[in-house]
Design a protein around this ligand. Structure first.
Ligand code: ATP
Ligand code: MG
Length: 409
């Protein structure tokens, strides 16, 4: 048997990038031989094994054929006769279809090295169209390597467009899609991911609510970039630039969805878009089964981001309601993420990226003031049950009034 390093490890070494996980392909071996050498099978009927010591993935060279809709609709054929070239041709991109032996010799039948040098993301063969997940993968790699100048080859984008129009994208499971989306959002340039999906028509299928934002104008006085889609991409870009977590990035992407619902006659104003957007945010959350913290933050940011921007003008009672809505007393971190998302929203405007955002510290101060009230004296006064809750609320309101007063002098 022969063992080769494949995929990302080869690609990233040639790019001079750090290699984190290594995938291996094994040519000329049977399942029985692998088991005899102590490799552990990953799934019952999938020819992938884990190395007994390193835990890295070793896959038997295989060919694949599409036999039905979606990812389940694949039959594969692994046998000692399958060659390295036959295994590499089933892979998505030429830059992911190179192999290296343990002397560092490259096998590159589909010219991945040439495409690496030319900074092109190009599909290996027409079989690319057999797995719709590849549309998301290519967009993700575009986001990851945008900084290096990579773009999607026109003929690959065309295939992605055909896949998007074919209805195949709908066959993807929420789990597979979310895995790609969440990884793509954590890249350095996640806005490129959304842009590439839009360029090939996949965004309209996967996230029509986001796609609908392009071409929707906002008032130029607040939004020099005008277009809501462009603004959304900038907010996401800012979130990545400031290295924010996935929760914040997801919330940034979804915060303005309500603007896509505004009747044209009302443009460029978007009255109550915060509230109108909630059902769209909910739909997207559920479509991709986003993790709970992502779902929650996206809904809260959607509903309250305008409050964030107006923080300094809010009445003490409105501030209190805001803090209560976030349950800031038990969930301080979530409120902090909300503040950051608001700041990214403000910075995601053309020419205003560097402008300071005093609302952030003001909101932090308000949270501290409300959380700082002493409960013990209230208990000593004999408050309990709902009465205690009311008394605490009154104290918090008092504290917020004092905070507001002090901040304005
Ligand atoms: P990363 O750095 O994100 O891990 P990677 O290229 O190693 O990038 P993996 O998901 O680990 O990506 O997959 C390893 C290799 O398997 C890829 O380089 C590619 O050759 C192949 N591959 C993975 N998923 C697919 C797919 N859906 N279609 C075709 N080939 C795939
Ligand atoms: Mg990998």
């Amino acid at each position: 048997m022969q063992i080769f390093k494949v995929g990302g490890a080869v690609r990233d070494r040639l790019l001079g990038k750090p290699v984190t996980d290594i995938d291996w392909v094994v040519v000329g071996a049977t399942t029985e031989e692998m088991l005899a050498k102590g490799y552990r099978p990953v799934g019952a009927d999938f020819p992938v094994f884990l190395h007994p010591k390193s835990g890295e993935e070793y896959a038997l060279a295989r060919t694949e054929r599409k036999s039905g809709r979606g990812y389940g609709g694949f039959t594969f054929h692994a046998s000692p006769e399958v060659t390295l070239e036959e295994d590499l041709i089933r892979r998505d991109l030429t830059i992911n279809a190179m192999a290296e032996d343990d002397h560092g010799n490259l096998t590159d039948p589909y010219h991945g090295q040439r495409d690496l040098d030319a900074r092109v993301l190009r599909h290996v063969s027409p079989a690319f169209a057999e797995d719709p997940l590849r549309v998301l993968r290519v967009a993700r790699f575009a986001a990851r390597y945008a900084e290096l100048g990579f773009t999607v080859a026109p003929e690959t984008l065309e295939l992605m467009r055909q896949l998007s129009e074919s209805g195949e994208l709908e066959a993807l499971t929420a789990e597979r899609s979310w895995k790609e989306i969440s990884r793509a959002l954590m890249e350095d340039q996640p806005q490129v991911f959304i842009q590439v999906l839009r360029d090939c028509g996949a965004l309209k299928v996967l996230m029509p609510e986001v796609d609908a934002l392009f071409g929707v104008p906002q008032p130029e006085a607040h939004h020099p970039e005008i277009d809501t889609g462009v603004h959304t991409l900038s907010v996401l870009e800012q979130a990545a630039r400031h290295q924010q977590p996935l929760t914040v990035r997801w919330a940034c992407l979804l915060h303005d969805l309500g603007k896509g619902l505004t009747p044209k006659e009302e443009w460029p104003r978007h009255i109550a878009h915060e509230h109108k957007g909630l059902k769209l945010i909910k739909a997207l959350n559920e479509r991709f089964k986003a993790p709970r913290d992502c779902q929650e933050l996206a809904l809260l940011v959607g509903e309250y981001h305008t409050h964030g921007h107006r923080a300094l003008e809010l009445k003490a009672s409105t501030l209190l309601e805001l803090l209560q809505s976030f349950d800031v007393y038990r969930r301080p971190q979530r409120f902090e993420e909300f503040i950051i998302a608001c700041e990214m929203d403000a910075r995601g405007r053309k020419g205003l990226e560097q402008r300071s955002y005093p609302q952030a510290d003001y909101l932090r101060g308000a949270a501290t003031a409300a959380r700082g009230i002493a409960v013990q004296p209230l208990l000593e006064k004999g408050f309990k049950g709902p009465g205690l809750g009311e008394a605490i609320k009154r104290e918090r309101l008092k504290a917020l009034k004092a905070y507001k007063e002090a901040a304005s002098t």
